[in-house]
Design a protein around this ligand. Structure first.
Ligand SMILES: O=C(O)/C=C/C(=O)CC(=O)CC(=O)O
Ligand SMILES: [Ca+2]
Ligand SMILES: [Mg+2]
Length: 368
């Protein structure tokens, strides 16, 4: 069966192997993987991660995409998807997660801080974020072991409030120099593309530990990303104006640089779609998040990953976490054996919609 989301206008990048052989870079075309390493002879593609290729920058990305398209059309070097094993597509350098949905931040503020203002005073002045754990970013399909740790009151045990966060991840290709901020309008010079991302969250561990320094063990046990990285070039028709910002952000945040992506998400739990968030409803844009991430002079490295934060829209059926979907109902959280799949679509450049790589994970029982 041919998947309509992976036509010639998409061609996302991934890392695959066949029969336990070496890992190498390919692009997905319909239900095949085009073996780019074999076809192009480019050494950066004959590699176990995308990083060397990502570091080459936009001109080479563009040229390689043209080659990939020609190859995909020809059918040469196409390996059936069913014959390959897919791997983590890039070596994650640093992982940062933002909090860019006003609806999510407002909902979580109401749930976690019912006696205060839903949005904290800083929220509309800067894209709030935290540094996560790069080493526990795992590819789609990896089992997620229920974390254990301290829950409210200092009681130790397996988390009973295990949650998801439906997000989009941005993958940095070209690094930057320490001490030199990356301006918002240099976004496309640095960012290669996007992945689907699930920022698994143990709400009980998080609630107890995260004041005042932010998320730590409640989120660091696993973050899942899609096998496929969709290049920005494939999303050229997907840019839309985000809802707008008030107050106007500081100049370094590019007031007016509020272009976001028209990406629809489906949250699927045990085979049932339970929510449909959309990236169109986000407050902070990807370019603003990148500018903020580097405004203090922090450098970027090839393989840096930043998450958008949970994507929640204004409607009850557009929420990106079970915390919000259940709103106080403890049975909304994940049970052992539950499987979560995040699916994403966006306008392609060929008129229809493309399907970004999905992100799945099944909950395994806590270790003894
Ligand atoms: O507002 C809070 O207290 C907590 C928020 C989150 O856990 C969300 C987070 O990780 C950032 C995001 O995904 O939007
Ligand atoms: Ca998150
Ligand atoms: Mg996480």
């Amino acid at each position: 069966m041919t998947d309509p989301g992976f036509g010639l206008d998409h061609l996302p990048y991934g890392v695959f192997s066949v029969d336990g052989g070496p890992r190498r870079v390919g692009v997905r075309h319909e239900d095949t993987v085009v073996d780019l390493a074999a076809a192009t002879g480019r050494p950066e593609l004959d590699a176990p991660s995308l990083n060397a290729f990502l570091a080459l920058g936009p001109a080479v990305w563009h040229e390689t995409r043209s080659q990939a398209r020609t190859l995909a059309e020809s059918g040469e070097h196409a390996v059936p998807l069913a014959d390959v094993t897919l791997h983590l597509p890039f070596e994650v350098a640093d992982y940062v997660d933002f909090y860019a949905s006003e609806h999510h931040a407002t909902n979580v503020g109401r749930i976690f801080r019912p006696d205060g203002d839903a949005l904290l005073p800083n929220w509309k002045h800067l894209p709030v974020g935290y540094h996560g754990r790069a080493g526990t970013v795992v590819p789609s399909g990896t089992a997620v072991v229920r974390p254990r740790g301290q829950r409210p009151g200092g009681h130790f045990g397996a988390s009973t409030r295990l949650d998801i966060e439906a997000e989009l991840g941005f993958v940095v290709g070209v690094g930057s120099a320490l001490g030199t901020p990356v301006p918002y309008d240099a976004f496309a010079d640095h960012v290669f593309g996007v992945v689907g991302l699930n920022d698994w969250s143990a709400r009980d561990i998080q609630a107890w530990e995260y004041v005042p320094l932010g998320p730590f063990l409640g989120k660091s046990f696993a973050t899942s990303v899609s096998h496929w990285v969709t290049p920005l070039e494939a999303l050229a028709e997907a840019w839309v104006d985000l809802p707008g910002q008030d107050p106007e952000p500081l100049p370094y945040l590019g007031p007016g640089a509020t272009r976001g992506l028209d990406i629809d998400v489906e949250v699927v739990v045990n085979g049932t779609v339970i929510s449909r968030p959309s990236y169109r409803t986000m407050y902070w844009s990807p370019a603003q998040m990148l500018a903020h991430l580097t405004v203090n002079g922090a450098s970027l490295r090839t393989g840096d990953l930043y998450g958008s934060g949970t994507i929640s829209g204004p409607e009850a059926d557009q929420r990106g976490s079970l915390l919000e979907i259940g709103w106080g109902d403890e049975s909304a959280f994940l049970a052992d054996g539950d499987e979560v799949v995040l699916r994403y679509t966006a306008p392609g450049t060929g008129g229809g919609r493309i399907a970004l790589g999905d992100v799945s994970g099944r909950i395994a029982p806590a270790a003894d």
